[in-house]
Design a protein around this ligand. Structure first.
Ligand SMILES: NC(=O)c1ccc[n+]([C@@H]2O[C@H](COP(=O)([O-])OP(=O)(O)OC[C@H]3O[C@@H](n4cnc5c(N)ncnc54)[C@H](OP(=O)(O)O)[C@@H]3O)[C@@H](O)[C@H]2O)c1
Length: 259
């Protein structure tokens, strides 16, 4: 990825996993950073390392994106950044609670809906006008291959919130294309990626899946920085999974009604 005169990149969920790796790779490309998450000590330590290693500025904003006041505060801050070139809507989490079980906590699913849909929508709304005006910038919405694969073993809320992110990104980019804008909005769709997200799931068996590391995933995502492609599926193995699942869905009776 080559970006001339990189400005500021804001990364949500920068205290771990894919967000932390985005921060590292964006820093190596010369972006100044705004890093946000709840665990401030991790953000401070990452900020210290990145400012030591690269000649960049790093600002840390502690915020809990389940809290409307923190989301509003960060959205208001985004509107004030004159040279915001990159927004990475990455913060997210998984769950093994069963939506179909009446005893599962609805508040957890509401938090997931807000974190995966409302927050990226609000931050994109705050960032886009400035980017469109300057005719440059990139928004990466960290979705998932789960947004493109549908079968009964998946999680209804995680997958549908990620499907929102993919469709949201695609439609905004199509509108930007009509405006002939150079601003890029992408849905980044990783498959199984080694991070902390699965550690919080009880009885999660890592063995059956094709795992990728965060550095490969973020490199692929950033290689697509200026491309015209909107849905970025990271890795051949994941592209094949999506193609197979789409074909099966089309061909399985009882899924789609064609008249
Ligand atoms: N790993 C995978 O296999 C995979 C695959 C496809 C898509 N993804 C997506 O990739 C994104 C990053 O996940 P990851 O795998 O890197 O997970 P991770 O290692 O668990 O990191 C999640 C990040 O989100 C932040 N976060 C979570 N809840 C938050 C809240 N309420 N407020 C603010 N920040 C919050 C966490 O920070 P704090 O806890 O410090 O707040 C952390 O920095 C997610 O959107 C996930 O759905 C992951």
């Amino acid at each position: 990825m080559v970006v001339e005169d990189p400005g500021v990149a804001l990364v949500t969920g920068a205290s771990a996993g894919i967000g932390e790796e985005y921060a590292k790779q964006l820093a190596s490309h010369g972006f100044d950073l705004i890093l946000t998450a709840r665990r401030k000590e991790r953000l401070d330590s990452l900020a210290d390392k990145l400012t030591d290693k690269h000649s960049i500025k790093v600002e840390v904003i502690q915020g809990d994106l389940f809290e409307t006041s923190d989301v509003d505060k960060i959205a208001a801050h985004i509107k004030t950044i004159k040279n915001l070139d990159c927004l990475v809507n990455n913060a997210g989490f998984g769950t093994d609670l069963d939506f179909l079980d009446g005893n599962s906590d609805i508040n957890l699913f509401i938090n997931m809906l807000n974190l995966h849909c409302k927050v990226p929508m609000q931050f994109t709304h705050a960032a886009l006008p400035g980017m469109i005006k300057r005719d440059r910038g990139h928004i990466a919405n960290i979705s998932s291959v789960a947004s493109l694969l549908f079968h009964g073993y998946q999680d209804p809320i995680y997958d549908s919130t990620k499907a929102f992110l993919s469709v949201f990104s695609e439609v905004i980019q199509l509108k930007l294309n009509i405006l002939k804008s150079k601003v890029k909005v992408k849905a980044i769709c990783p498959g199984w990626t080694v991070t902390e997200i699965h550690d919080k799931l009880k009885n999660f068996d890592r063995s059956p899946y094709a795992w990728m590391n965060v550095d490969e995933v973020v490199k692929i995502a950033l290689d697509a920085y200026k491309s015209d492609d909107i849905i970025v599926i990271t890795g051949d193995v994941n592209v094949q999974r999506v193609q197979k699942s789409r074909k099966e869905a089309r061909e399985t009776p009882g899924r789609y009604f064609y008249y």
